[in-house]
Write a protein that binds this ligand. Structure first.
Ligand code: CTP
Length: 409
């Protein structure tokens, strides 16, 4: 899939520069054309000649060293690329890109490109966790840049933790996937009716008090946005959320688990795919008081009863619908997700560890594992929630197609 693809590899200065050399070699072996830009610091680790020999192309580092007087090199490279990959990306280059600073060949070129930009960070684990780096990464996500998340392991600084540049083989696999599926995805959900639930539910105690949870609705709203962009007809049923409803989405606002149950069941017969990303309360006060509860001396005991499990009830009722549930866990993520898949008769459970940084409530990103009863679990890298949503739909469609082919045979 990589034959003839033009990859602009931007190498900034960290010890992982040697891995960028291996990456260049592997990409060239796969048939890609690779051009390399280096920062001044990257040249302290590996000489440009290494990249020149591996890519069989000129290597760039000085914005003003125009190799061909008929062209402006950084604009020419920016226009040439099908994909720009910054690997390794240091905290410094991430900071510059997030702030629009353009003071070297890499940053000027990236500002000038309209190609997809991928960032593969590599740095010390504490640097990666620093709020400044986190903020800059969030900004780059907003620009639509995609991240190849660093892996965990032994770091050159002596620490063991997150910060290692992802292995070249893995990066090649991701790029190859991108080139083979990138274009196909456009109208993947055309003609499909998708029902998505989002947000928390609120279980009232009295007219002024309720029990709820920390869900903001971001994952569900991102799912709705992604489904519309993939051509689906989308109904979003959400508990209380501050988020703007994505364009092109039909919206139903609900409050309690019971309201959500009714709204989802009403829409269910016509749906092709149902995604239950809402954080539905498992319990509600047994009695909702008609008047405000007045305080008294001593402790207050409220009795709770179970709410209906919406996903499970859909699992029992489903005919042709593809059912996707979520599992927010803090331990034994895959094990618990698989148990939910079976118990609720879902087709897919999207599991995440809410304790991991970048995952969970209120973040713009998520790192999930897709668990299904067909094939292997798929662990996705840290992605924006919209990118996660697209991957979920891609997987669902692939499985629905497989299912239909299976029924036909
Ligand atoms: N769900 C639902 N109705 C409920 C509760 C949960 O449809 N009353 C759905 C959620 O939308 C999600 C999945 O079920 O898709 C989550 O499963 P659940 O067992 O509720 O997760 P937890 O409550 O986190 O599980 P547990 O307490 O068993 O760890």
């Amino acid at each position: 899939m990589m034959q003839g693809k033009k990859i602009l590899l931007c190498v900034s200065g960290g010890i992982a520069v040697y891995k960028a050399a291996a990456l260049t070699s592997k990409l060239v072996q796969e048939g890609a054309q690779v051009k390399v830009i280096m920062t001044e610091s990257a040249r302290n680790f590996v000489a440009p000649l290494t990249f020149q020999a591996l890519s069989r192309q000129d290597v760039y580092w000085d914005t003003f060293d125009e190799k061909d007087s008929s062209k402006i090199a950084h604009i020419d490279l920016a226009d040439w690329a099908d994909l720009v990959l910054v690997a390794p990306a240091t905290a410094n280059i991430i900071g510059k890109l997030a702030n629009g600073i353009a003071d070297d060949m890499i940053t000027t070129t990236i500002l000038a490109t309209t190609a997809k930009v991928w960032i593969a960070p590599a740095m010390n684990v504490h640097m990666y966790d620093h709020p400044a780096v986190k903020r800059n990464i969030d900004i780059l996500f907003e620009f639509g840049y995609q991240f190849v998340e660093p892996s965990e392991g032994y770091l050159a600084c002596g620490y063991v933790g997150k910060g290692r540049l992802e292995e070249p083989e893995k990066v090649v696999e991701l790029i190859s996937d991108y080139f083979s599926n990138g274009d196909k995805e456009t109208m993947l959900l055309r003609g499909k009716k998708v029902v998505i639930t989002a947000g928390p539910t609120r279980e009232m105690v009295d007219p002024v008090r309720f029990f709820s949870n920390r869900s903001t609705g971001k994952m569900g709203f991102s799912l709705a946005e992604a489904a519309v962009s993939l051509g689906a007809e989308v109904l979003l049923i959400s508990g209380p959320s501050e988020l703007p409803v994505p364009k092109g989405v039909e919206y139903v606002s609900v409050t309690s688990a019971e309201d959500m149950y009714n709204a989802v069941h009403e829409a269910f017969p016509a749906a092709d795919i149902v995604v239950k990303s809402a954080a539905v309360a498992d319990y509600r006060p047994k009695e909702i008081l008609g008047d405000k509860l007045k305080k008294k001396d001593g402790n207050l005991v409220i009795e709770f009863e179970r709410t209906k499990d919406i996903l499970m009830s859909l699992g029992e009722r489903k005919t042709h619908q593809y059912l996707i549930g979520f599992a927010a866990e803090t331990t034994n993520v895959i094990e618990y997700a698989r148990a939910k898949l079976e118990k609720k008769r879902a087709d897919m459970i999207v599991a995440n560890n809410v304790k991991e940084s970048g995952s969970g409530f209120g973040t713009d990103t998520n790192k999930v594992i897709i668990v299904t009863n067909r094939g292997k679990d798929r662990e996705l890298p840290l992605l924006s929630k919209v990118e996660v949503a697209k991957e979920i739909f891609k997987e669902a469609i692939a499985q629905m197609e497989k299912g239909t082919a299976h029924e036909r045979s």
